[in-house]
Design a protein around this ligand. Structure first.
Ligand SMILES: [Zn+2]
Length: 122
């Protein structure tokens, strides 16, 4: 269970071969509320409970959450990378020395995934 802020870029770099070397500054996504394209390094990031929450640079809504792992699969909540889960509201574009790889949106990213995690409202 993460106890400190865990960066999404670091997780992708560690677990996705095509994204090796990625950081929050090389991961781009779109806020569904305002449509602003932004790097994760531009978003506000905070540690809430066991989650790391990225909020749109214009403060519209959460755009990505890093959560602790869940024992049961909950379709659409996010992408599991070893001991962590990335819940991305919109598609991610991850650039690294190897090119660009896309990570599909998690359509239910902001739904609660267990009693231990928060439900994020838009
Ligand atoms: Zn926004």
């Amino acid at each position: 269970m993460p106890k400190t802020l865990t960066k999404a870029g670091d997780i992708l770099s560690a677990h996705v071969a095509e994204a090796a070397g990625a950081t929050d500054a090389t991961v781009t996504t779109t806020c569904p509320s305002c449509g602003t394209r932004q790097k994760l390094s531009e978003a506000s990031v905070a540690h809430e409970g066991t989650d790391t929450v990225y909020t749109c640079v214009k403060k519209c809504q959460p755009i990505l959450i890093v959560s602790d792992p869940q024992r049961i699969e909950l379709p659409g909540r996010g992408h599991r990378y070893a001991s962590l889960m990335i819940r991305n509201v919109a598609e991610l574009e991850v650039s690294s020395g190897r090119g660009t790889v896309k990570v599909a949106a998690s359509p239910a990213a902001l739904e609660a995934i267990s009693g231990r995690t928060l439900k994020y409202r838009i």
